[in-house]
Design a protein around this ligand. Structure first.
Ligand code: GDP
Ligand code: IMO
Ligand code: MG
Length: 430
């Protein structure tokens, strides 16, 4: 199994960073293929916490090649900040390579300004974006006006593209949103300085990746966000602007579907969501508050409180379908400890009917009432457990139930934020 994709099976923040870091130890290459610095992927290694927004979560292992693929939108300042912090901490030495696709689009200051202006103009219907300029950057890419990493390195071409795109963006900022226009010269100076520092990382990453694949090397594709935030399959319009599903690993890095050997979907043992949009199992009560406090459910990128609720198998089954999941990893199981009862949503009630398919329409989803299976909780702390069979009976039953309902094996269980707080029954590369 040479290549494995890891994706979020919910609304993001499932613990992808932790799982990618673990399996990166067995891989040669780790590739981010979509999203941008709206992502915040946390790794807790050697009692230190580190959050990556753009750099692939395999970078802490020496000797790996980490690629930011063409499907990613890159904020150069954020990327440089991460590189500097990694170097200061003794990472990214000679043995570890970081490369950025020359075709990856660049997040420009007007993308951030437009993201903010649009959100503010939406009032209570706002998406609740991370304000990182992600949506406007992908809009410009699809509108064929974008600036790519490779363009940044060609000064004349860059200045021409900058003027053209900025003209249009300034028109929107001034005349649609009543904001101040941005100045081309200031942006050009800052971005050309970033380009000079980033040039050593920019490459034709498609060729690099295929050289590894030809040699039979193992590639791990690291998804960002989650399936329900996917622009096609998620809770539109309350989604991000990229394709977050496993299929996007191919387009966003330049490989064919034939190289993918397995797809691991990450899910928390409950559900969270940041930002607006429907969320059928959301708990606006003490249990919701308890999950937030105990699970430290505050965003890794924006610090916003995450909305919390019970595990939603109707939504997860959609993730199984659209990603072709071969394995499931359940994280944050430790957070449920101490609850008398735990619930799993197995169906929805909508207009007097029981449904088991996730509705495509967000308004219909918002009208859905969850139907729960209630299970016995557990008192014991499970953070020190390292074998499935050593988990308390109610925990084993909970996991078995999830596995049966999804019809996909649970091959990793996370019982704490640290690397070692993990139960692994199958390494996808072995
Ligand atoms: P990602 O975006 O999917 O990588 O997830 P985030 O890093 O945004 O959020 C997951 C949070 O949960 C991070 O703070 C992790 O350190 C933490 N975490 C991951 N797995 C576990 C776990 O099993 N138990 C607990 N208590 N925390 C975990
Ligand atoms: P990781 O990779 C959770 C959410 C935002 C908002 C919507 C659109 O850490 O799991 P955007 O800025 O992308 O235009 O915002 O998507 N969102 C995330 N939620 N985890 C993420 O990334 C997210 N990235 C974006 O909160 O609701
Ligand atoms: Mg996150």
């Amino acid at each position: 199994m040479p290549s494995v994709v890891i994706v979020g099976a919910q609304w993001g923040d499932e613990g992808k960073g932790k799982v990618v870091d673990i399996f990166a130890g067995s891989a040669d290459v780790v590739v981010r293929f979509q999203g941008g610095n709206n992502a915040g992927h946390t790794i807790v290694a050697d009692a230190k916490k580190i959050i990556f927004h753009l750099v692939p979560s395999g970078v802490l292992h020496r000797g790996k090649t980490c690629i930011i693929g063409c499907g990613v939108v890159v904020d150069p300042e954020v990327l440089l900040g991460e590189i500097d912090a990694l170097k200061a901490a003794g990472h990214l030495g000679e043995a570890t390579r970081l490369l950025v696709s020359e075709n990856a689009h660049v997040i420009m200051p007007w993308h951030k300004a437009l993201d903010q202006a649009r959100e503010e103009s939406k009032g209570k219907h706002k998406i609740g974006t991370t304000m990182r300029g992600i949506g406007p950057a992908y809009e410009e890419k699809a509108g064929r006006r974008g600036i790519r990493m490779g363009d940044l390195l060609r000064k004349k071409a860059f200045l021409g593209r900058l003027r053209e795109s900025l003209d249009e963006a300034n028109f929107m900022l001034e005349h649609r949103f009543g904001r101040k226009p941005l100045r081309a010269q200031e942006i050009a100076d800052a971005y050309l300085a970033h380009a000079a520092r980033l040039s050593e990382y920019v490459a034709d990453t498609t060729v690099v990746l295929h050289d590894f694949l030809k040699k039979g090397r193992r590639v791990l594709f690291e998804g960002a966000q989650g399936t329900l935030l996917d622009v096609d399959h998620g809770t539109y319009p309350y989604v991000t602007s990229s394709s977050t599903v496993a299929g996007s690993a191919c387009a966003g890095s330049g490989v064919g579907p034939t190289v993918i050997g397995g797809v691991i979907g990450i899910s928390k043992a409950y559900t969270t969501r940041v930002g607006g949009g429907p969320f059928p199992t959301e708990l606006s009560d003490d249990t919701g508050d308890l999950l937030r406090e105990k699970g430290a459910e505050f965003g890794s990128t924006t610090g916003r409180a995450r909305r919390c609720g019970w595990l939603d198998v109707v939504a997860l089954r959609r993730a199984v379908l659209v990603n072709g999941l071969t394995d499931v990893a359940i994280t944050k199981l430790d957070v449920l400890q101490g609850l008398k009862k735990v619930k799993i949503c197995t169906a929805y009630r909508l207009k007097g009917k029981t449904i088991t398919e996730f509705p495509a329409d967000s308004e219909a989803l918002a009208a859905c009432e969850p139907v729960y299976d209630e299970m016995e909780g557990w008192k014991d702390d499970i953070r020190d457990v390292r074998l499935m069979e050593d988990l308390p009976r109610p925990v084993q039953k909970y996991l078995k139930k999830v596995e049966t309902l999804l019809d996909v094996p649970v091959n990793l269980v996370s019982v704490g934020p640290a690397r070692q707080e993990t139960i692994i029954t199958k390494n996808p590369f072995r």
